[in-house]
Design a protein around this ligand. Structure first.
Ligand code: FE2
Ligand code: FE2
Length: 146
């Protein structure tokens, strides 16, 4: 069994689910507050879990072949994850205060750019670098979390 295909395809599948959830949140804005709150909570849970899996179960294993590129890539990812987490916190506060979050379109675009970076650049590099043992360990950890 090719574990790398599984790890990466699992994460890509997760991206698709997150995209569905953010579209649902966008649609909920025309509806009542409970719908918005519910859609946000689903997105928040799924997205935070995804970032956690990436950082704790995947990126920690990465040992770049091209050192300077690799050591730039990881801080960029962390910075983008922090931006995503901060945006979720701002939205959460708005919703908690009974306000409709305002920056969803912008946030969606940010997530899409982040996804493209991972799917086109980061995941293929992981695929090339990781050993089968590492992939196996990752898969176990991912299954523990998700
Ligand atoms: Fe990510
Ligand atoms: Fe991701």
């Amino acid at each position: 069994m090719n574990e790398s295909v599984n790890v990466i395809s699992l994460m890509i599948k997760d991206h698709r689910r997150i995209e569905t959830l953010i579209s649902q949140l966008e649609k909920s804005l025309d509806q009542d507050y409970e719908r918005v709150k519910d859609a946000f909570e689903q997105l928040e849970w799924k997205l935070e879990k995804h970032l956690f899996v990436e950082e704790k179960a995947i990126f920690t294993f990465y040992e770049p072949q091209d050192i300077s590129y690799g050591y730039n890539m990881l801080p960029t990812l962390t910075k983008e994850h922090n931006h995503i987490l901060n945006t979720l916190q701002v939205m959460k506060r708005d919703i908690h205060n009974g306000k409709t979050p305002t920056n969803i379109k912008e946030f969606k675009q940010y997530l899409f750019n982040h996804r493209d970076f991972e799917e086109q650049d980061v995941y293929p590099k992981l695929e090339d670098t990781l050993t089968d043992d590492q992939k196996q360990t990752m898969l176990q950890r991912i299954n523990e979390i998700t």
